[in-house]
Ligand binder design. Sequence first.
Ligand code: SER
Length: 581
Amino acid sequence: MTTDEIKKKYLDFFTSSPRDHKQIPSASLVLENDPTTLFTSAGMQPLVPYLLGEPHPLGKRLVNSQPSIRTQDIEEIGDSRHTTYFEMLGNWSLGDYFKKEQIPWIWEFLTEVLALPPKKLYVSVFAGNGDVPRDEESYKIWRKLGVASDHIFAYGEDKNWWSRAGTPAQMPAGEIGGPTSEIFYEFTGVAHNKKFGNECHPNCDCGRFMEIGNSVFMVYKKTNRALEELPNKNVDFGGGLERITAAVNDDPDIFHLPVFGEIVKHIEDLSGKKYGKSEKETQAMRIVADHMRAAVAMAQEGLEPSNKLQGYIMRRLIRRSVVKMNTLMGKTTATDFGKITQTKPILNEVDRFSKTLQKGLREFEKLPKVDGEAAFNLYQTYGFPLELTLELAHEKGQKLDPKDFKEAFKKHQEMSRTQSAGKFKGGLADVGGETTKLHTVTHLLHAALRRVLGNHVSQKGSNITASRLRFDFTHHSPLTSEEIQKVENLINDQIKKSLPVSYAMMSLKEAKAAGALAFFTERYGDKVKVYTIGDDDSWFSREVCGGPHVTNLSEIKGRVKITKEKSASAGVRRVYAKIIT
Ligand code: SER
């Protein structure tokens, strides 16, 4: 079976009776109004407001397939089953069904629709911690389905707890999470490798087992003090489409799937090496195949390699691919990569970086001493992997201790971890709070700009964090201070009037007929969500938008101030604004 066939079967299964889910469109890889993470990393991410309790326009049972990117283990890519970019099959209950429906349904899908042999499936349940009890209910449901007791494992919060931040202790205030029940597939003919521990078990990393699905019982929200129960008992299921396909094919190497096949074939042709022959070369090929697939997905979203945020991740993926191609084929060029992808921003980066690498080699020659910090700098600046530096150092008759490199590496890693933890925390606590307020202010700003400057103004992009909003729009000249003043006054007058904010579902045609602005259309099947600020017969703003928003402008509790105005690109202006309380 192919990934597409399995995706269709899953969506059909969950939309059909008695499950009756509504299919929601997949979100883009970079979420417009979520400052908490760089990329969409799970299907639940765009659904956070609804898991927190806001009603979803399509109801309480949702299903989709969500392209996702996980960057936390870029350095670990190279085994048979981890990838940076993947597609996640997901189904959600927003306070509707719970364990006794979810577990049998997912079992039915795997064992009947996909015909996976029940004996090859293992499951896990939460073993409990000081605050949340052991999940006996899930255990009993699995047993009732006929799963043998030696196929059910209980793990603690490091394995059977899910939140975007990790364990309960790692969750910042505002983050949601809960205990999980996972499903694993046991591949035929893969023996346990003692390198990964004496005993093999479903969560062992030796490659015999692979996790193919995770039902999160999303019932908790972290507060400043403890875990608090959410108003709704939610289910958040996610299953890696590529992994489920590997299980159906009983082939433990997901790089054998056609989605990777073509890239792997190009790498083989370019390097003259054979996939699967030597462990080291196979690993390098997987890294290039994975990173290129992810970088192409990013390029398709309009991202370009840069030194910041998403662009930085994209740059790292491309650079690492170049380094790995170098180890496979000696010197590599953009022309070689042109066989793998036609994407301009990627090829430009390959070109720039291969030249930098050559320069790095010359710099290296000049280094008086190759110590840990120097090796790290070579790694950081020129993408030199440690093995390469060791080999060169060796040629120069110098001794470099890999431990020194690792220490320097750890020091820098900790620094960047602290920085990203700060970012994560800052944003997350405010999903549904400050970010939501500023999202509503964005609509007010859009409407006010059109009234003051004219109807040629249309939104080109926006970016909202907990402390400010950024808004790009079409306009030919800088705003004068009078214009800025007028826009601010108009916005603040509406806030003072405590206008209501409401939404309705309609077709895009009806939305346009009702006067809604529709530049970014998030669709819910054939319907769109239209937010109105003001009364139905005399509104101030009406826009097609996914939400969330405040329900009344009085919740903004402050005055809006435009803090900066500048050019974003030709014919596009950029303003920053914040709420002053
Ligand atoms: N959010 C959970 C995960 O990503 C289940 O969808 O694993």
